[in-house]
Design a protein around this ligand. Structure first.
Ligand SMILES: Nc1ncnc2c1ncn2[C@@H]1O[C@H](COP(=O)(O)OP(=O)(O)O)[C@@H](O)[C@H]1O
Ligand SMILES: [Mg+2]
Length: 487
């Protein structure tokens, strides 16, 4: 099924909201110099103290190590469930020392289950002001495949009910009703078994479509398969005591329209892995790491039915591809996003390339806004998400899924460098300038502290700028215009 993407609609979307694509990706361009997207310098001092011997005079009051006054003697204890060198090397570089989860810790890089345990009512654990942890307790609202779609559907409906122009709809190009003009960035998806009847209705409208079945609770390509016939789904259901069996209702699946027209490079399908750091959900403060990468399939793309079960053709997960005979351990099937930008500028032109990356930032921001109201936005938490995005051959980006624990395993040398930098930059964005975890900090990192992150959205700064704009006679100041971005 060909999907035609009308670029002009995105252009209109930018206009509707006075938006411009903000993220600069091309390796040939530089990042913001000392100012954030609101045209002002964020935060105050540069990060100067990273070894726990700050002389900033900030008051730690009641830290994990028992209410130290000031950070002068606060030695930072880190804890991690993951034995990853990119983590431990970064923590040790900052002069932190490793402790156990039962000890006093200031910074915990935890697995999702540990985080949930800490926040569970039963644990009785109460965090101190000088403690930070790398997950929001109900991150699954974003990272579970079924909940992500549910939240996005609800978000669009809410905007529609409020008469928000963002929820504008248009006749679909395949005359099957309507679609959202600006918020159509997840493939049509149903949850099985719950939405089975709705799926069948949709299937009958597009009998030639291919669908992809994905277990909600799994990752790394596990349990995924493609179907192009309802009979195949029924057969699977019978054999697996499938999705209609109430006992496995916990093992639910999503079934999504398969993006069958991906952008191909060298004849191969790829997707993007982008890192998005959320420092707070309410107000929303999110940053995009500019060094994401493309993950390529090892086998040329082929839509023929005989290749439908060939996961080396269809799934871009490294965990899948590395088992293929064609896997290259030197480059690991990865390409930097800067390379992609240069390639696209060369083959498709700069304007459409800029528009594509603008549309990617757009979908990230709106996916976060969709879950923000339901997230437990605890001030001790931050989270780095791995976004999986497929670009189709009309250069429209599609959000495939969001991972709350993106892999920190390094498959190549470049990978290790990238992930080390990622962790380093995460730490400098989420920690106050003196490097000591403190939930009372206003979470406005300096331009230097951003490193390779670029601000996607800071609702607090935007609101301040708006206030400033209202009280200022110069209503056309640059800052004011930029401050209304993403609204
Ligand atoms: N709707 C889709 N259309 C095309 N390819 C898809 C779609 N959904 C997933 N894929 C492919 O399958 C891979 C795995 O899917 P994903 O949702 O990321 O699950 P997992 O948690 O197993 O990584 C993706 O990286 C992508 O290559
Ligand atoms: Mg994935």
């Amino acid at each position: 099924m060909a999907v035609v993407w009308d670029m002009s609609q995105w252009t209109q979307a930018w206009r509707t909201d006075s938006l411009q694509p903000t993220v600069r990706w091309s390796g040939t361009r530089t990042t913001t110099s000392g100012t954030n997207m609101y045209g002002r310098t964020a935060g105050g001092a540069n990060q100067s103290v990273t070894n726990g011997t700050s002389n900033s005079g900030a008051n730690s009051g009641g830290g994990a190590s028992g209410g130290a006054q000031g950070h002068d003697k606060l030695k930072i204890g880190f804890c991690t469930d993951l034995d990853k060198s990119v983590l431990v090397n970064n923590f040790e570089k900052r002069g932190w020392h490793q402790v156990n989860g039962d000890d006093d810790w200031h910074f915990y890089w935890a697995g999702v289950q540990t985080c949930r345990n800490i926040f569970s009512v039963d644990s009785g654990y109460r965090m101190h002001d000088n403690q930070m942890i790398n997950h929001f307790p109900n991150h699954y609202e974003l990272s579970r495949k079924d909940l992500l779609v549910k939240n996005i559907k609800r978000y669009r409906k809410d905007l529609e009910r409020d008469g928000n122009p963002l929820a504008e709809k248009t006749e679909s190009n395949n005359s099957s009703g309507t679609r959202y003009l600006y918020l159509d960035f997840v493939p049509t998806t149903f949850v099985l078994p719950a939405d089975y009847n709705m799926f069948v209705e949709e299937y009958r409208k597009f009998p030639l479509s291919t669908w992809i079945m994905k277990p909600c609770g799994k990752s790394q390509g596990a349990g995924i398969f493609l179907i192009n016939k309802l009979s195949k789904l029924k057969k699977w259901s019978r054999e697996a005591k499938g999705p209609f069996h109430p006992q496995i209702a916990k093992e639910s699946y999503v079934i999504s329209r398969y993006i069958d027209n991906p952008l191909l490079i060298g004849g191969k399908k790829f997707d993007l892995r982008l890192y998005v750091l959320v420092a707070s959900f309410r107000p929303l403060k999110a940053y995009l790491f500019k060094q994401g990468f493309c993950r390529f399939c090892t086998v040329k793309y082929d839509t023929s039915v005989t290749e439908l079960d060939n996961m080396y053709v269809h799934l871009t997960n490294v965990s899948v591809q590395k088992h293929g005979g064609e896997y290259n351990t030197l480059h690991g099937g990865k390409w930097s996003v800067q390379n992609l930008a240069l390639y696209l500028e060369g083959t498709r032109g700069k304007e459409v390339t800029d528009r594509l990356f603008g549309a990617i930032s757009w979908l990230i921001v709106h996916s976060l806004r969709a879950v923000a109201p339901v997230m437990a936005s605890d001030r001790h938490c931050f989270e780095c998400y791995g976004y999986d995005i497929i670009i189709d051959n009309a250069l429209k980006p599609w959000l495939v899924e969001v991972n709350a624990s993106p892999s920190l395993t390094s498959t190549t040398v470049n990978d290790r460098i990238l992930k080390y930098k990622l962790i380093d930059n995460i730490l400098s964005v989420v920690l106050p300038p003196d490097g000591v975890p403190d939930v009372r900090w206003n979470k406005v990192p300096s331009a230097d502290a951003l490193g390779n992150f670029e601000l996607l959205i800071d609702e607090e700064l935007a609101a301040q700028d708006e206030q400033h704009q209202n009280s200022s006679s110069n209503t056309h100041s640059k800052t004011s215009k930029m401050g209304s971005r993403w609204k």
